[in-house]
Design a protein around this ligand. Structure first.
Ligand code: ADP
Length: 299
């Protein structure tokens, strides 16, 4: 039989325990609300992405179909008209190809199937070919793209750099495409590449709309677009920079941004040269491959 004092003690302890449990439940409820909020945000971003991407795939296809039908129906004498329609088809297909590459790469990264494939790459040629692929887009906005390339001392004779050309191409295409998209018309974009301590550095500088300081951290988040005024005018779905960052991480590299609203942005990537000796061929610009000396030795 408990005395009154002991009974009060037991009740007091039980009350304390009940209060603690209550606090724990409250804590868990707050955590759950937070997770729910995040899930809802990610769901909203995803569904926005899906409706956005549908437009970006369906619309270019519709215009490619329409334009090519017009070309088929054109008279031979309409050569100027045919050429301008072909240019539009190329531009639509080019954008589509770029967007799909980002989507497939994002899917491959998520599935953990995206390990780098290193090969000696002619960096100068690779960047020149990307810039020339974007020439038409740049010209549409009367933008000039200046490119300069400096070899470090160690690259004076052999100007090949061992890296993954396909990944590098997609990284630089994203930076250049954004540079063009977020630039004001009739301006310039500067691309500078150099090699420093066996690390490739590429800087893409634009004089465009710039990014607010508070948004600098957010732009690498998937599906995040940070400027609603210009975004309604520009295609995109906030995937490019998240893919860019993930590819750079896969190659143990780094990306830095310096940006000021209405002044412009500078994106600088650093990618260390790979020590892998698995593939001894050469990549000219990521599309063409020629075989290196070690293959000759086999014969
Ligand atoms: P997208 O361009 O398809 O929207 P990205 O992931 O490439 O997606 O970029 C995310 C966001 O970062 C863009 O929507 C834009 O708001 C901002 N951004 C990226 N690059 C630039 C740039 N060079 N200048 C200004 N804003 C940029």
């Amino acid at each position: 039989m408990l005395s009154d004092k002991e009974l009060i003690e037991v009740l007091k302890k039980r009350l304390e325990q009940a209060q603690k449990n209550q606090e724990l439940v409250e804590e868990q409820r707050t955590e759950l609300q937070l997770v729910n909020g995040k899930l809802a945000e990610s769901e909203a971003l995803k569904s926005h992405f899906i409706s956005n991407i549908t437009n970006e795939i369906v619309n270019p296809f519709a215009s490619i179909l329409g334009l090519s039908k017009n070309i088929i129906a054109s008279k031979d004498s309409d050569i100027a008209k045919i050429k301008s329609m072909a240019e539009l088809i190329h531009s639509e297909a080019f954008e589509l190809d770029f967007q799909l590459k980002n989507i497939f790469t994002a899917a491959r990264i998520e599935a953990g199937e995206s390990s780098p494939e290193y090969i000696k790459t002619d960096i100068n040629l690779l960047i020149t070919s990307i810039i020339s692929a974007y020439k038409y887009k740049a010209e549409q906005k009367q933008l000039k793209i200046n490119f300069s390339f400096e070899l470090g001392k160690e690259f004076e004779t052999a100007h090949y750099f061992r890296t993954d050309p396909e990944k590098l191409k997609l990284i630089l295409s994203n930076l250049l495409s954004n540079g063009i998209k977020y630039s004001n018309a009739a301006n310039k974009i500067e691309v500078k590449a150099w090699v420093e301590n066996r690390t490739l550095k590429v800087m893409v500088k634009d004089y465009g709309i710039g990014i607010d300081k508070k948004n600098l951290e957010l732009i690498f988040d998937r599906f995040k677009r940070v400027d609603s005024s210009i975004n309604s005018l520009n295609p995109g779905h906030g995937l490019g920079l998240s893919v860019t960052k993930a590819l750079i991480d896969l190659m143990n590299g780094d990306i830095e941004i310096a940006s000021k609203r209405h002044i412009g942005s500078i994106f600088t990537i650093s990618i260390p040269e790979s020590d892998s000796t698995e593939n001894d061929g050469y990549a000219l610009d990521g599309n063409e491959f020629i075989f290196g000396d070690s293959d000759d030795e086999v014969f």
